[in-house]
Design a protein around this ligand. Sequence first.
Ligand code: CUK
Ligand code: CUA
Length: 642
Amino acid sequence: MNISTNYTRLMMATAVLSVTFATGCKPKKAESVVSGDAAQKVYVAPGKLDEVYMFASGGFSGQVAAYGLPSGRLLKVIPVFAQNPENGWGYSEETKAMLNTSHGFIPWDDAHHPQLSKTDGADDGRWLFINGNNTPRIARINLATFKTEEIIELPNSGGNHSSPYCTENTEYVVAGTRFSVPIGGNTDVPISTYKENFRGALSFVNVDQANGNMNLAFQLLVPGVDYDLVRSGKGVSHGWMFFTCYNSEQANTLLEVNASQRDKDFVMAVNWKKAEEYIKQGKGKKMPATYYHNKYDEKTHSATSNIMKEVLTLDTRELKDIVYFLPCPKSPHGADVSPDGESIVASGKLAATIPVFSFKKITEAIANKAFEGEFDAVPVIKYEAALRGEVQKPGLGPLHTEFDDKGNAYTSMFVSSEIVKWNLKTLEVVDRIPTYYSIGHLCVVGGDNKKPYGKYVIALNKITKDRYLPTGPELTQSAQLIDITGEKMSLLLDFPTIGEPHYAQACAADIILKNQKKIYNLEENHHPYAAKNEKETKITRNGNRVDVYMTAIRSHLTPDNIEGIKLGDEVYFHVTNLEQDWDVPHGFAIKGAENSELLVMPGETQTIKWTPKATGVFPFYCTDFCSALHQEMQGYARVSPA
Ligand code: CUK
Ligand code: CUA
């Protein structure tokens, strides 16, 4: 392959994309697709509650945002991988450890795929998992508190993109590396040795059903290609996971051209039950690997980091009946599993059709060894042997598919900017609706459940040019709410989102509401610096460390006059909120503090560190307007020469 051929291919690919992209981006009259009664359908009267929670990833904000639907109202930004000054996340002494990694304290990441925990293939409202893409991590949010409780780093990974999808009963949260990387001991190898030295790793993170605690059970070492997305089997395909892979060319440079040469890349079918069996039989091999596992404890209101030193691995070069490749047209992005678990829908970004594989045919092909060869010791099943059929002329740039309860599938089309609805049985396109613009993922309420039930599909778009009041060069990101109860889809609402909403999951509000926590019980507060009443407040000194055990209750802070601090001291304000009523947080901030504020929930203790830089008197106050006497909730700290 010489350079000019490469260049020609590149230009052709770019031309195709830009022509279609430009068409997709042409401003269209919004009225043309908005249904006449849209306003009524999305209007949630003041004081009324939305019927659906939607959790969208914040993309490069590193957080997750919770919205109410159909109104599109933003309810909360849940801090996960990025520091959040609004509530001291990653700034308070208690939460800093959540952002520790083997690379040090990393207060940012790129979050893509929220995943609701499942019981028997249905959203159960216990936890939400989300991936950190850049410094490979998985976080678990407790949906009783909307708080991130656990973050586990993934070794042998680079770009944690095909992540985190959970199995039918949340037995595992599964994550595949996007980048293949050199693994194990010496990883300082020439990049040009990709084919010899780079491998992929799929992480199987076990979830304790009692408390949600995660632990990296094992990693499956797989061929060195790029892994994009994954979905769990369910029903008939329980025990399997399906990953998409691209760059089967194993290129390490100019992937835009070099990774689009082969006609087909792969979907990888992974028999995780088999892998689990091998682990139980003791076939796993320990490999040195350093990764952090951070946990937030609700009783001490504090996080701790554990440094892990090894990981159990299985190698697909040695155990040849765990994974199988299915050839799949050009650079597949999503691999989605139908509600009954029988159809696996793969979407090749650059392909003209959508192949739908049959799980039954896959297992038959494996039994009959209907293979066309091997790829790095992994059997490649013949395309026709596994194929159920193809959706013809779906549109351009198919990415992701979710399902409704009437036997329909909805596929997002990035290049032609539309959602295409097709019949899962006949594979015929039955409807299409434009999206503004360049849709990535889509989300049907309950759309990856065994029994989907949603009446909306939400488009998660990449571009919003001309859809909102402009805000300079940086425009808002956006989602669109589409009604799918009728034969034709109809657009109801555009609403802006926080960061880039790569993917979202939505479920009926009842599922989340049954499990809400309103306060932390003060009696159960085991924070080592908690003052559970005003008599327990005190100031202690140990060398140059000063600890202030402070309480907050409407409408005063105790103590509120603090003297005896010396220049050069490190002062820790441990603020316990004595309130036991829902929705009465108190805040705390002091002039010149190097961190953020604190926002302390009822019954909770949080700590902010302050290193005064000068002598003088420094005001502090409560930052959350908590009562009519909120402005009286204040005090002074005096700093004297050392
Ligand atoms: S995605 Cu992450 S690049 Cu289609 Cu899940 Cu947007
Ligand atoms: Cu407490 Cu304002």
